[in-house]
Design a protein around this ligand. Sequence first.
Ligand code: NI
Length: 564
Amino acid sequence: MKRPYALLAAAALISIVALASCRPIEKPAQEGGASAASPPEDAASPVQSSSFDATKYENVWVQAIEEIEHDGRSLLRVAYPVTEQDTINARMEAVTQEFIDEWRTIATETEASYQEYKSETGKEAATFITHYRQHFDVTIANRNLIFFDIVRSIHTGGTGASFVVGYIFDRRTGAELTIDDLFVDSGYLQRLSALTREALKERIAREELASDPQWVEDGTAPLAENFDNILFQEDGTILVRFDKYQVAAGVEGVVDVVLPLSAIADLLKPEIRRLLGLDAEAAAPGAGSDLFVADGDLIPLSELTWEALSARLRNRNAVRQPGAGGGHKVALFGLPALSPMMRLSVAAPSRAEQTAEDEIDCHEVACVALTFDDGPSYYTEGLLDTLKEHNVKATFFVLGTQVRIQSDTVQRMFQEGHQIGNHTWDHPNLTHLPDAKIREQLQLTDDLIAQVIGEQTPFLRPPYGAYNDSVLAASGLPIIFWSVDPLDWKDRDAATVAARIADAPVGAIILAHDIHKSTVEAVPAIIAALHGRGIHFVTVSQLFEPQTLRPQNVYIRQTDSPSQ
Ligand code: NI
């Protein structure tokens, strides 16, 4: 193993240099991100490091690259697998390079906007980190086949999420296999549809999933597009992963159903069964084509239902679903105390003159509420210009960390008739915090907003839409959700974002983020499209008037909107 390792290391080094745009590697690899915490000493030069290490799998290595640029405002950490197969390696390098390119584009654009705002206004701008991470998990590796998941997370400011894509390769040839390639025919879709449908409906019945049976039926119809994310795992299970909104409300995010591999093993091609080493099971006494093995037990296929599997899997599922047991903990952090400098003495700004949009009665005419989270940012002033030009009112759910730096922008929002809501101090998942920390997150932000605009904020939008009884109890405010999510943090393309919002239903609360250039650029087209449909833009409070929003109630959309 020594010799191929050395050769691979040399090959990998060449590829690192290519990946790093031919810049020299300046720093040795560091453990865990210590370098992320301390910005580079010389702000002008980016920090780059890489490492190449063995894994516990034979002939599988991990190539890791880290880059920190723009005084720590742009951060990249990627790792990808390197194997004995050049074809696999080339594919993984290409996949990784795409991710790096995307980071570089977004990071460069974001930094340019930051510098432009500072030089044009002469003010400090609220900053956020463009943070791209990629790692991989090998789930099955033998001499014939390798299954691994590429896990990516993209965070910019408060927004972000993780994505997982599974890859399967034949190690003997380097050929990439699709899920479809593993099965004799499309019968596996029927099986997965039936099993996941039952599992999800059971969760709805137990009130563990914010969805309804029709939503589940649609999202689990036996079509390849509904089952394009199936991850084979080392523990003999498969993870069937549904996209956000596919089978449940957005608050659920990505929804997973875990099944034993044996639930579909009888539908695998004989060749794949052999390569996975499953034939021993098939040859076991009593095991025939009409039986499958679930955690060592044989069950007739005729009895293959979720009910039959769920008891065996329940423990595993419980472990896999953070939040289900309430024991999930994250590192706690201390909030900065408000410094005297932040105690802004602000004369309460006066509201703009009443405008035509202020007179709107959303029970008589069609309305939507456009909302922007995670700001203000250096894009917000330009956004306010656009809104003013079209006399459009919006609602901004701001972060305390951002308000502290761009309080002028928040004052302007208020003066121009927009509404300002609390989105916490620095965007934690409140359901992971003890009660005292939840209150601190909300109170500090409320206090700061009140200092800046001279009024109490009327409502809360919890980060990630995540709340529980503790959050409701601590907030004492109405909670504002959304009914339309254009995924503007994920697809940084103004035309895509505008198209997704253009057909928003009447009465919708639309989620967007004023920390993305593409989102702000999409706003003129969004206004044109909805005005073209005769829809008015109002603040969240106006959408519900004369109804007063009640503390600790959750609002998702206007429920009694007039028909268009
Ligand atoms: Ni947010």
